[in-house]
Design a binder for this molecule. Structure first.
Ligand code: SAJ
Length: 404
C-alpha cells in the first residue's frame, strides 16, 4: 500500500487526509502549526465539520493517520494549503501563492524519482507548471522523473466528508500518464466521475465554478435590492421565477463570505482584467450588499427612535459566513455586526454555532426574542427557523423569515 503525505491540515487537508487514511493508506498529515499537529495526534479536531471528529479519532487510533510538523518520504504528496489574495486594498487583488510554494519547498528534500505530487489548493492558471519548475529547482529530481497534477477540491463546508467521497473530480495534468495515475488513486476512495484534462483547463474550471456561483448570487442580491425598493418580497420573486424550467437563481443574503467564492473570482480577473467586467461587477455587487444591509438596519433603528424616542436593542441573528457552520472567516454577517457595534447601536447577538466571540457576548434565540426591540436576520441557520416574531419589527436579510 502506498504512503501518502498531505501538506496543510485545515478545512480541506484534514478531512482529505482522514478519508484517505480510512481507505487504508498510511497517511502523514503535515502542518506548520504545532497546536494543530498535537491535537490531531490526540485524535481531536480543530475545526467543526459533521462526521470529521469521529473519523479522525478512528484513523488516529488505528494509526493510519498521524500528524507532524515536517514531511517524510511518501509515494504521493497532496498540497492542500490556502491560496488567499495579496493586497485586499487594490481594485483587482492578485493571488498569493506563498503557502503553495513554501509547501513545495518543505517537501523538496524528501521528493524522489517516481513520486506523484497533487495540488488541491485552488490556484490561478499556470500554477501546476510553476510548481513543477519549483520542485525541479529545489530538489534533486528532473522534470520527467516526477508527476505533478492539479486536482482541485470541490467540497462544500458542512458536507465535506460526504462530498469528498462522492463528488465528481477533475484532474489536470502536464502528461496523460500523470493524469491517469492520479485518477487511479482518487478512484480508490471517491465514487464520483473523474475527468482528465490539461492542468491549465482544470485550473480555470475550478475558478469558473466559484465565479459562476458568485455571479448567480450577485444577481439574486441585485434582485433583492430592487425588490426592496419596489416594496416586493424578494424571496417570493425568486421562488416563483425559479418555477420556470430554465431559471435557477440562488438565494440573496447579507453578502458573500468565506475563503472561496469571495476570493477565487479575482484569480480570473487579475489574469484578464480587461475581459472580466461581469466577474468584477458580481464581486462589487456582493460586497455592496453588506453595506446596503447596514444601511437598512440603521434605517429601521432610526425610525424606531423617531417613533418611540428611545434607543432600541437590536437582535442580530447569525455571525457565521453561511448557514449551519461555525466558521466566521470573511463573514459579511460579522462585518455588519462589527460595523453596527462601532456605530454605537445596542446589539444582542445570537450565533448558536459558537460558544463565545471576542467582540460579542452570544445570547440564546429565546433571550434575544424576549429582550430585543428590533431584529435583523443575517444568516439562515436552521436554529432560527420558525421563530415567532408576530407583531415585532424585523428585517430579513437572508430569506429565512420572509412573509409572503
Ligand atoms: N451564499 C448566498 N446565497 C446562496 C448561496 C451562498 O448568499 O444561495 C453565500 C453564503 O452565505 C456564503 C457564500 O455565499 O457567504 C459562499 O457560500 P457557498 O455555500 O456558496 O460556498 P463555499 O464558499 O462554502 O464553497 C464553495 C463551493 N463552490 C461551489 O459551490 C461552486 C464548494 O463546492 C467549493 O469547494 C468551495 O467554494 C471552495 O473551496 O472553493
Amino acid at each position: 500500500m502506498k504512503n501518502i503525505c498531505v501538506v496543510g491540515l485545515g478545512y480541506i487537508g484534514l478531512p482529505t487526509a482522514a478519508v484517505i487514511a480510512e481507505a487504508g493508506y498510511e497517511v502523514l498529515g503535515v502542518d506548520i502549526n504545532e497546536t494543530i499537529v498535537n491535537s490531531i495526534n490526540r485524535g481531536e479536531t480543530h475545526i467543526y465539520e459533521p462526521d470529521l471528529n469521529k473519523l479522525v479519532k478512528n484513523v488516529i487510533s488505528s494509526s493510519f493517520l498521524s500528524a507532524s510538523l515536517t514531511p517524510k518520504e511518501a509515494d504521493i504528496f497532496i498540497i492542500a494549503v490556502p491560496t488567499p489574495f495579496l493586497d485586499k486594498n487594490v481594485a483587482i487583488p492578485s493571488p498569493d501563492l506563498g503557502f503553495v510554494f513554501s509547501a513545495v519547498k518543505s517537501i523538496a528534500n524528501v521528493i524522489k524519482k517516481g513520486d506523484l505530487i497533487i495540488i488541491e489548493s485552488t490556484s490561478p492558471v499556470g500554477t501546476t507548471e510553476q510548481v513543477l519548475e519549483k520542485i525541479v529547482d529545489c530538489s534533486d529530481v528532473k522534470s520527467d522523473e516526477i508527476d505533478v497534477v492539479y486536482c482541485p477540491e470541490r467540497v462544500l463546508p458542512g458536507k465535506i466528508i460526504k462530498e469528498l467521497k462522492n463528488n465528481d473530480r477533475v484532474v489536470g495534468s502536464l502528461s496523460n500518464k500523470a493524469g491517469i495515475r492520479c485518477k487511479q488513486f482518487y478512484e480508490t476512495f471517491c465514487s464520483g466521475n473523474i475527468t482528465l484534462t490539461s492542468s491549465r483547463t482544470a485550473e480555470l474550471v475550478k475558478l469558473t465554478e466559484n465565479a459562476y456561483r458568485d455571479t448567480n448570487i450577485a444577481f439574486a442580491n441585485e434582485i433583492s435590492m430592487i425588490s426592496a425598493s419596489l416594496g416586493i418580497n424578494p424571496t417570493e420573486v425568486i421562488e416563483i421565477a425559479n418555477c420556470h424550467p430554465r431559471v435557477d437563481i440562488l438565494k440573496p443574503g447579507c453578502g458573500v463570505g468565506g475563503h472561496c467564492i469571495a476570493v477565487d473570482p479575482w484569480f480570473i480577473a487579475s489574469a484578464c482584467p480587461n475581459q472580466t467586467p461581469l466577474i468584477q461587477t458580481a464581486r462589487k455587487v456582493n460586497k455592496e450588499k453588506a453595506r446596503w444591509a447596514i444601511q437598512e438596519i440603521i434605517k429601521m433603528r432610526n425610525s424606531f427612535k423617531l417613533k418611540r424616542g428611545e434607543e432600541p436593542l437590536i437582535g442580530i441573528f447569525g455571525l457565521a459566513f453561511k448557514p449551519n457552520v461555525d466558521d466566521l472567516r470573511c463573514s459579511p454577517a460579522l462585518e455588519i455586526a462589527n460595523y453596527l457595534d462601532s456605530y454605537g447601536l445596542n446589539l444582542l447577538v445570537c450565533e448558536p454555532n459558537i460558544k463565545s466571540h471576542k467582540n460579542f457576548k452570544c445570547y440564546s434565540v429565546e433571550e434575544v426574542v424576549r429582550k430585543a426591540n428590533l431584529f435583523a436576520f443575517l444568516v439562515s441557520h436552521s436554529a432560527f427557523e420558525g421563530i415567532d416574531l408576530r407583531d415585532k419589527e424585523y428585517i430579513d436579510l437572508c430569506g429565512i423569515y420572509s412573509e409572503k
